[in-house]
Design a protein around this ligand. Structure first.
Ligand code: GLY
Ligand code: MN
Ligand code: MN
Length: 439
């Protein structure tokens, strides 16, 4: 018998927390569907983040149903045990195993979903469910909801109201507690160590793919199940493509290498970018761009504390990066005019960061009813200013063409400021050069 990957009390605590806020509505979460890659080969399976967040259960074809203050309060529907299928595809907990191992009140076969859900949802006026993520789950729920409506006869009542479960659960996932943070910290630690390993490995002539292998080795040797997003291993002007992931070129003497890679540990993802010279020594042109971006990144991190607005961090980043563009001779004229015309977006087209957690671009709102929200203790996000100068940009000083720099750290907001979870990966010029000198 397999065991759940984590202590299941964690998931029980999370369910308790959300049950208190359901206000009498039921919640239904569907497992992520399996995706066919070709013929009978599937893509690597990863459970839906919300399903894992509330159960720790990693099998497809399953549902969680929560009925606040009812008996049973937590219900799951899972695949039956099937010795033949398990011989091919691996262990299944089955209804009984799931009930015992995952501390769920009642667990039924997935084949009974429609029949049982009709019984279990009777009397509810609202449910939380995320439509359109899993078409098969949507179709099954449609049968349940139409049957419930039909059962009301001509009383005039319609379908149960469906509210967005992802929005509801996103607010819990955004504010991380100690259970969440233990995983988040570990994901960031593993990710930092892998960036260090890459810095020690890189030299002229190695391929981007080999660098990826070094990082991947470090991730898996330290317990990461997978990555939080595709590796970006971008040497030279490849770094000016934001989500470059061909990773098939040779790293050349004199070029920078931008690595954006994050390990996923217990479903929490790191998201670190470091940019460093392939030969271990920044050129003076590279230094000018790199130090400029680094100063801005550090200034923003130093400002973070509860009460600040995330969008203001973005604004400050954009403002400072535009100053840097003028200093470097990338823009000319009046700053105000350049910003109004969005000229700075040519060299810095993305935002300052994003919520970070189980999904690399994590759940949770940035605005509430159109108003920006202040950041709070327990929120995790990235700070990732960058400057990207296309290789064919004739308007840029020649020595800067083809340089792409991004520096990305992962932050958790604390009561009075923030903790940087990715300090393990060096980013000061002298620290990087010193580390690389040891190769
Ligand atoms: N790695 C994707 C991002 O930094 O947002
Ligand atoms: Mn990143
Ligand atoms: Mn990021």
């Amino acid at each position: 018998m397999r065991k759940p990957a984590e202590n299941v009390e964690i998931f029980k605590r999370r369910r308790k927390k959300i049950i208190e806020k359901l206000n009498g509505a039921a919640l239904i979460v569907a497992a992520h569907p399996e995706q066919v890659r070709n013929d009978d080969v599937h893509h690597f399976y990863r459970q839906d983040s919300n399903m894992y967040y509330l159960t720790g259960f990693e099998e497809p074809e399953s549902f969680l149903l929560i009925r606040p203050d009812q008996k049973p309060e937590t219900v799951m529907f899972v695949r039956e045990k099937n010795i033949e299928r398990e011989t091919w595809d691996g262990f299944r907990f089955g209804p009984e195993g799931t009930k015992n191992e995952f501390l769920i009140d009642a667990v039924y076969s997935i084949d009974k979903f429609e029949e049982k859900a009709i019984e279990l949802l009777k009397g509810f006026e609202e449910i939380y469910y995320r439509l359109f993520k899993n078409p098969d789950a949507d179709a099954r729920l449609q049968k349940v909801l139409t049957a419930l409506k039909r059962a009301q006869g001509r009383t005039g009542y319609g379908l149960l109201t469906i509210k967005d479960a992802d929005l509801f659960l996103g607010e819990f996932r955004l504010k991380k507690d100690e259970d969440d943070l233990a995983n988040q910290r570990r994901a960031c630690q593993i990710s930092s160590d892998a960036h260090v390993a890459a810095m020690k490995f890189v030299k002229p002539g190695v391929s981007e793919r080999q660098v990826q292998a070094v990082i991947s080795h470090e991730f898996h040797m330290n317990g990461a199940a997978r990555v939080g997003y595709p590796y970006i291993i971008a040497s030279g002007s490849n770094a000016t493509t934001l989500h470059y992931n061909f990773n098939d070129q040779v790293c050349k003497n004199g070029d920078l290498l931008l690595i954006d890679a994050g390990a996923e540990y217990n479903y929490y993802s790191g998201d670190i970018t470091r940019t460093f010279p392939v030969n271990g020594k920044f050129s003076s042109a590279q230094k000018k761009v790199y130090q400029g971006v680094l100063n801005i990144q550090k200034e923003i991190i130093a400002m973070i504390k509860p009460g600040l607005y995330f969008k203001d961090l973005h604004k400050i980043g954009e403002d400072r990066l535009t100053d840097l563009m003028f200093e470097l001779g990338l823009l000319c004229g009046k700053k105000e005019d350049a910003m109004k015309a969005n000229e700075h977006r040519k060299y810095y087209p993305h935002g300052i960061g994003h919520w970070l957690g189980m999904d690399v671009h994590d759940a949770g709102l940035y605005f509430i009813k159109g108003e920006p929200r202040p950041i709070e203790a327990g929120m995790c996000f990235t700070v990732e200013p960058g400057l990207y100068i296309p290789a064919d940009d004739k308007s840029a000083p020649e020595e800067l063409r083809g340089i792409g720099v991004r520096i990305e750290d992962n932050i958790v907001v604390t009561a009075n400021g923030c903790d940087n979870l990715t300090v393990g990966a060096p980013k000061e010029i002298d620290a990087i050069e010193k580390l690389m000198a040891q190769r």
